[in-house]
Design a protein around this ligand. Sequence first.
Ligand code: UT7
Length: 324
Amino acid sequence: MTAHAIIGSGSFTPTRVVTNEDMSRIVDTSDEWIVTRTGIRERRLASETESTSYMAAAAASAALIDAGVKAEQIDLLIIATFTPDLPMPATACLVQTMIGIPSKAACFDINAACTGFVYALDTAWAMLASGRYQHAVVIGAEKISSLINWNDRTTCVLFGDGAGAVVIGPAPSGSTGRFIGSKLGAIPGTSAVLMVPGGGSSPVQTDAARFITMKGKEVFKLAVRAMDDVARDILAAHGIAADDVACIIPHQANRRIIDAIAQYLEVPIERFFINVDRYGNTSAASIPIALDEARRAGRIKSGDLVLLVAFGAGLTYGATLVRF
Ligand code: UT7
């Protein structure tokens, strides 16, 4: 069976930087509060024309160039997002047209909130392993600023916009690159702690229901437990010690959550790639943006074992082990 590997990556973040100082002019908050509670120093916010599809297309184009793969070769396009341009069609279909992916390609969106990219990666990998697809583009893209209540200091300081993408294809001959394993899950009965109550087909359709609501402390506890458990599970399932992992790319929601995971897994924090300070929480885009930055910064070398681990609304969780 052909081994499939991540053969390219790309990302796009809006140029508009909004610092904590800027946030303190919008709501009653401070740089000191945001940095100590979250580690976030600034985030990027998309302009009106920088839609989720626009950012996704930019990230995907960069990933295709990096992989040396042409858009015509792609036969699978998956976008993880909870902030699609439209309820339908899927953002993947909009991006397909924008970047010239042919009609033979399967194009669809996945919503597992902040775990979306890990879910999408696992889906793409399984479809490629079936032998019926050859090259996939997997994107995480979010315009979360469109679902933020800018009067709610408990949520508005946390999030940012952006997109990241990878190209998956047959591993080049001689390379060790391949997927090792993946584990996905969701915790029943936890939806109410993090949600956008309106905007869908539910009868809850007040103006306020369009925005993200969150019980931060509860999410924090569940997130640490779920990420620690799933990381341990996947390592144990493949007989790999945490120490053998060269780079851990966690979902970038809160620096304190990442520090806690490092402590529980007993892995030095230097082994984690962290950029939450510059982008805040970009949900499904956070892991692919971090993965792209880590690759370009030389933090991931050929042969390295990399662990991606995430949690998000649902609450969903997941981890993927990849060798580069
Ligand atoms: O991808 C999944 C997305 N979600 C997450 O990952 C969130 C996980 N949770 C967290 O990251 C943390 O719970 C938060 C950063 C959201 C909050 O930190 P916390 O240490 O749990 O603070 P808290 O919610 O207990 O709030 C402490 C105080 C409260 O004031 P009182 O009631 O003690 O007087 C809040 O009203 O901080 C206040 N507060 C703020 N103060 C200044 C809440 N937000 C702010 C703010 N600026 N932005």
